[in-house]
Design a protein around this ligand. Structure first.
Ligand code: GAL
Length: 643
């Protein structure tokens, strides 16, 4: 795995570049990403390109032996462009234009902006496509960041209508599919359909789901326009995009199909603070991040681009954007780096090289402080580089467990949560975490993936379970765990004719007659476990495998399939993981709290996410080849995989 950093030559006097590049190489970095926000310097006035500075910056980096990942600057269209085309900005759900003065203000659907994005991409690709320093391209930057996937502009409305027309062909079909007879919402033509915002009360969930599908397709086609241009002018170079954490607003599997390498931006402390974690978890892992946050994303993004992936931005110290921004525990930056390495990343790049003393992110750490002295992260990057040099290349081994993850499922749960706390990402994360707590590796895969080689398959929920997916599950012989709400909706957001789980009834003879959601704090007890948030009434000839104390069934098993008709707590998840492991012959470890294991083809890595030492002798792995059997806080120990 290579190490790198995100660098902004346009932020620093040219006289500093050579010394920066020299220090990067000296620190063990070999890759540098540049350019993603540099449009106003590349093209300060319409059509007037200033390449000289960028030519020289790339040359300086190249001379220091660094590979360059060059970005298209389309996340930050400059002021002159917005002034020239004011309607290119996105419109938010309340109908307000998103103003100039930060970034990501464009609308994915604006044809004029699409032309401009293609034009600047083409200009860059023509100039640098065959430059020996350029080994990869990044399209744009973090599609969707700052809530920018959905736009409710006229441009989006126009393209939505065309999208609907292509999907349904005639408007009567759309009316029937959506159930528009309800509340007299029927349309006489596609031209009459608006985006689903600004309605008096909630719009039809089918309308919302199609708007989300459409918006996702807009991101896909926007990205593809760039990847096509880059491939034309820059053969042999990888094309990537840097995805975000805990983000499901567009279908990353679809975008990933157009990339060579999927990358993501890893900010474990910010994510812990901003997402659903409990106060206890936020305190326990304040300076480490929850032990599954980084791994969860490594495993998701490995599944988004045929296995090739990396970390494009790694938090090197405190960030600026969460509610609270603690400093990582000493050792964590190296630990996060080595965890990416153990999961098979091709590179990890730190964001950013030097902390900027100006503008929005002046409180965001870099590897260097604003005065160019080493910040804490620099020593950790060196430490990680040394470990990687010692341990050599890590090949990814196929994980025993597949977890099926689908962006459409996230949209369905978001469009109609039915209970406020039914959060798709959280449910998927909880099931993932339950498997990782027992030392098993997980591949997080799309519903389209080949599932035939896994020892166990977990589907936390898949509300729209198509017949093809049901048939794929039916062909499996391994244990399959299927979560609540699976098969509960049709393609067009209706309840299936024979009740949920719809198509999955072919493998799971149950019918869900009624569901209920429970307010925060309400839980129902089973024997040593509870369920909360969501519970289904199941009709079935099957005897339930797990029941609540009052006898109501929660888990049903039929052949190698299990259906879980509620939001399980960790104790129930643990019981279920133990069952499927037993049936599949998978060996579980009793990992101490906060310890995680990851196996590559050649090594076993252990990561201590706690702030105290952990003894690993009981795991029976023998003498480590790196680190200590007593793993210090925020430390990593590595064993050779027995041959
Ligand atoms: C990312 C973004 C970077 C920078 C960073 C700060 O979301 O891609 O440009 O803003 O966050 O943590």
């Amino acid at each position: 795995m290579k190490l790198g950093c995100c660098y902004f030559p346009e932020h620093w006097p040219e006289a500093m570049w050579a010394e920066d590049a020299r220090r990067m190489a000296e620190m063990g970095l070999s890759l540098v990403r540049i350019g993603e926000f540099a449009w106003s310097r590349i093209e300060p006035l319409p059509g007037q390109f200033e390449w000289d500075w960028l030519d020289r910056a790339i040359a300086v980096l190249h001379e220091a032996g660094l590979e360059v990942v060059l970005c298209t600057p389309t996340a930050t269209p400059p002021k002159w462009l917005v002034d020239h085309m004011p309607d290119m900005v996105a419109i938010d759900q309340e109908g307000r234009p998103r103003g100039f003065g930060s970034r990501r203000h464009y609308c994915f659907s604006h044809e004029g902006y699409r032309d401009q994005a293609a034009r600047i991409t083409e200009a860059l690709a023509q100039r640098y496509g065959n430059h020996p320093a350029i080994t990869a391209w990044q399209t744009d930057n973090e599609y969707g960041c700052h809530d920018t996937v959905l736009s409710f502009s006229d441009a989006a409305a126009d393209r939505f209508r065309a999208w609907l027309c292509a999907r349904y062909r005639d408007v009567g079909t759309l009316n029937t599919a959506w159930g528009n007879v309800f509340w007299s919402m029927e349309y006489g033509s596609f031209d009459e359909v608006d985006p689903p915002n600004l309605t008096v009360t909630e719009a039809n969930p089918a309308h919302w789901l199609d708007y989300r599908r459409f918006a996702s397709d807009e991101v896909v086609s926007f990205n593809r326009a760039q990847t096509d241009i880059l491939r034309r002018h820059s053969p042999g170079r990888d094309v990537t995009h840097n995805f975000m954490g805990f983000f499901t607003e567009f279908d990353h599997h679809d975008v990933g199909r157009d990339l060579d390498v999927a990358t993501w931006d890893s900010y474990p402390l910010g994510f812990l603070e901003q997402f659903w974690f409990s106060d206890e978890e936020k305190s326990a892992f304040l300076r480490q991040g929850h032990p599954d946050i980084a791994a969860f994303h490594h495993d998701i993004y490995r599944g988004c681009s045929a296995g090739r992936w990396g970390v494009m931005e790694q938090q090197p110290g405190p960030v600026n954007w969460a509610r609270f921004n603690p400093a990582p525990l000493p050792g964590m930056v190296a630990l996060w780096t080595l965890e990416a390495y153990a999961h098979g990343a091709e590179f990890t790049a730190y964001f950013r090289w030097r902390q900027a003393p100006f503008a929005q992110e002046q409180m965001h750490a870099g590897l260097l402080r604003p005065d160019s002295s080493d910040a804490e992260g620099a020593a950790e990057a060196r430490k990680a580089a040394d470990a990687i040099a010692l341990l050599g290349e890590q090949k990814t081994a196929k994980a025993p467990v597949a977890l099926v993850f689908s962006y459409e499922s996230a949209w369905v749960c978001g469009v109609q949560p039915q209970g406020q706390s039914f959060r798709y990402l959280e449910l998927a994360f909880e099931w993932y975490s339950a498997v990782r707590r027992r030392g098993l590796d997980v591949d997080i895969v799309s519903p389209d993936a080949d599932l035939s080689e896994y020892s166990a398959v977990i589907v936390p929920t898949l509300p729209i379970a198509r017949a093809s997916f049901a048939a794929k599950l039916a062909a499996l012989e391994c244990p399959v765990l299927i979560g609540p709400r699976s098969g509960s909706k049709t393609e067009s957001f209706c309840i299936p004719k024979d009740l949920p789980p719809g198509e999955l009834q072919a493998i799971m003879p149950v019918a869900i007659g009624r569901v209920e959601s429970l307010r925060n704090g309400a839980a129902e007890a089973g024997d040593g476990w509870t369920i909360s948030r969501w519970r289904e009434d199941v009709a079935s000839e099957l005897e339930p495998e797990f029941t609540l104390l009052d006898g109501r069934g929660i888990v049903y098993a039929s052949a190698n399939y299990r259906y879980v008709a509620a939001w399980p707590d960790r104790a129930l998840l643990d019981l279920l993981v133990a069952k499927i492991a037993d049936e599949a012959g998978m060996h579980l470890l009793a990992l101490p709290e906060g310890l995680r294991i990851r196996r590559s083809a050649s090594h076993i890595f252990a990561f201590n996410y706690t702030d105290s030492p952990i003894e690993t002798a009981s795991l029976g792995l023998g003498a480590p080849v790196f680190g200590e059997a007593l793993i210090g806080p925020a430390n990593v120990t590595v064993w050779a995989e027995p041959t």
